[in-house]
Design a protein around this ligand. Sequence first.
Ligand code: GLA
Length: 389
Amino acid sequence: MKKRFWINFVLVVTAICIPGCKKKTPTPTEPEAKPEAKEARVMSANEEPFGQTADGREVTLYTLTNTNGLRARITNYGAILVSLEVPDRDGNLADITLGFDALDGYLAVHPYFGATVGRYANRIGKARFVLDGVEYELAANDGENHLHGGNKGFDKVVWRPEDLWANDNEALLKMSYISEDGEEGYPGNLACTVTYTLTKDDELKISYEAEADKTTVVNLTNHSYFNLAGQGHGDILGHELTLNADRYTPVDEGLIPTGEIRSVKDSPMDFTSPMSIGSRIKQVIGGYDHNYVLNSGGGTLALAARVYEPTTGRVMEIHTIEPGVQLYTGNFLDGTLTGKGGKVYKKHYAFCLETQHFPDSPNKSNFPSVVLQPGQKYTSVTEHKFSTR
Ligand code: GLA
């Protein structure tokens, strides 16, 4: 990667030329660190070794930092967002995503912390679908259903780094992966990229592109577990959530949509105006794990969700071009996993807002299509914008 050499060169020169720009790296156990003076910061994109997979493949940890001190760390194992540090209303940084300090945690079984999920995020009923008259059988890894790409989804593969750079406006990491014809049962070779961009305006954008050589289905998302009070700092039931969605897709006991698109009105599913996540969660069997139908209809970048954490003042707004978002309230977290800084992750210690096409779309003709034809380009964009109040 010749380009990367020059980027690193420019970054090093910038670091030498701007006195005092070398950052203090907080240890993972240090919960909150005061941000440094603004003039000392530059946009940066760096890399360091993160360990090896069981089959001996080297994995890297990338760090994107912006001028306000926001810092995203990403590994090319599973294209996972490892941590995301954002300031609270007093300027104190905290890591707001669940995960692990070291690669080992990600190599072991975990519930998709920070992961890039594909080839098909969420569930496909009975792990099968028909495309052009041919039935495809997928890995059944969630009872009889297919979940998050199967036994070895995009969250468990090593992505190839393509680009790593920073300029005055943004810091960017692009990675690619080729999913082979037949992988986890899906038809066609699929060449994908995921790009993480941290902007000077405190946005973390995640965008995806994919092309196939046979007709296939695609639905990519990021599965970050957020706690805006800081990862491991209690449950998220007091977070205030607004969803730009008047409707959702009800599910059966296997969490497969029934096909109905139902109004949220007069139900605990209604987050059309700000509401604490915990206010009605007891009325939802198992907690929230539902796909909301965004009012935008998809296709244009539009507000999907806003989350506000009252004790720290942190706000996260999500804009996406996807037609749906899965609200998942960490219902299966049960205290058996210990994550970053020794924090134990208990039930409802995080929420996920997985922007997506609707679950089981390959089997639901009334849902927006997830079919990708050869010659077409799949694109998906989601932006997470951080602020305080
Ligand atoms: C998604 C699903 C949940 C669960 C988690 C991972 O959010 O909708 O049911 O599978 O992923 O544990």
